[in-house]
Ligand binder design. Structure first.
Ligand code: SAM
Ligand code: DTB
Ligand code: SF4
Length: 319
């Protein structure tokens, strides 16, 4: 692999990424750490807070997701929250140090009147002086532009896994559908937040395929969430073998090396992860987390636990 790949954003092949993932661990970590400090302050972590603004009852069949209507997970389906209730949560998140407020809805794609309500939420979050992010499913170009006009900073839309493994996890939409929405978001001038999930029974080639696809998008995502599957009872992936912590760190390191200027978010799965594994992820270049006791429907690492971990590691929230 040419050295130049490490500092410039040339396209990455799956083989390039597979070669990174297979490096001796100290070598991989050293390269990831070097790229990280060339582009970021390695002790600073961007803090986002998540809120589920519309929970459950989703018509899609994503095999990992507790919110799919077809999975019996005990997740109660709700209506879209009121704007004021969402903004109360945003204010509380700001007081706890979050710089970005991310709102998630269990939709295949937003209906027009719901999108208008979400636009009000985005404008309200912006007015609080926070960055805004939403994840609402598939979007048309016109819908993306509406969100941009409301002041949206980031749109989260994950590719989740490799193009080849995708159909084993989700049947109600295609990889190309995902890429089309990412294109609409990019064209509207909104920052892209796009990553995936590991620990869904995929192999190393699939992990390489995911990272290579993300790094080879026309413009790499500004934010790359790497989720460890939260295996939820009642979903088809409930019994998936948990990902080995070292394998997980390798994926974080590969994301950092291939997308040097992107924020890499250590996303779902921190609750089940040891402090030592999280520390390795931060060393490997993860520089963003979800902070708060809940993700969308599942538990996150608790706020006091994160505060203690940051203190032990001498790390700080990005202001
Ligand atoms: N419905 C929209 C969509 O799928 O694009 C937005 C919400 S969806 C819950 C956001 C992302 O959460 C998914 O793309 C997936 O990557 C992640 N996710 C969902 N369930 C998860 C789980 N059990 N473990 C880890 N990540 C999960
Ligand atoms: C992302 O990549 N992970 C977040 C956020 N983007 C929307 C969601 C994680 C969800 C974990 C399962 C749940 O809490 O329902
Ligand atoms: Fe629906 Fe999103 Fe869950 Fe898939 S990941 S079932 S689209 S809420």
């Amino acid at each position: 692999m040419p050295e130049s790949h490490i500092v410039t954003n040339l396209r990455w092949s799956r083989d390039d990424v597979a070669a990174l993932l297979a490096l001796p661990f100290p070598e991989l970590l050293f390269r990831a750490m070097s790229v990280h400090r060339e582009n970021f302050d390695p002790v600073r972590v961007q803090i986002s807070t998540l809120l589920s603004i519309k929970t459950g009852g989703c018509p899609e069949d994503c095999g990992y997701c507790p919110q799919a209507a077809g999975h019996e997970t005990g997740t109660k389906a709700g209506k879209l929250m009121e704007v004021e209730a969402v903004l109360r949560e945003a204010r509380a998140a700001k007081e706890k140090g979050a710089a970005r407020f991310c709102m998630g809805a269990a939709w295949r794609s937003p209906k027009e009147h719901d999108l208008d309500t979400v636009c009000e939420m985005v404008a309200g979050v912006k007015a609080l002086g926070m960055e805004s992010c939403v994840t609402l499913g598939m979007l048309s170009g016109v819908q993306a532009q509406k969100l941009k006009d409301a002041g949206l900073d980031y749109y989260n839309h994950n590719l989740d896994t490799s193009p080849e493994y995708y159909g084993k996890v989700i049947s109600t939409r295609t990889y190309q559908d995902r890429l089309d929405t990412l294109g609409a978001v990019r064209d509207a001038g909104i920052n892209v937040c796009c990553g995936g999930i590991v620990g869904m029974g995929e192999d190393e080639t699939d992990r390489a395929g995911l990272i290579a696809t993300l790094a080879s998008l026309p413009v790499p995502p500004e934010s790359v969430p790497i989720n460890a599957l939260v295996a939820v009872e009642g979903t088809p992936l409930a019994k998936a073998e948990p990902i080995d912590a070292i394998e997980f760190v390798r994926v974080v390191a590969a994301a950092r090396i291939t997308m040097p200027k992107s924020y890499v978010r250590l996303s779902a799965g921190r609750e089940a992860m040891s402090d030592e594994a999280q520390a390795l992820c931060f060393m490997a270049g993860a520089n963003s987390i979800f902070h708060g006791d809940k993700l969308l429907t599942t538990k996150n690492a608790t706020v006091p636990h994160d505060e203690a971990l940051f203190a032990r590691l001498g790390m700080r929230a990005e202001s």
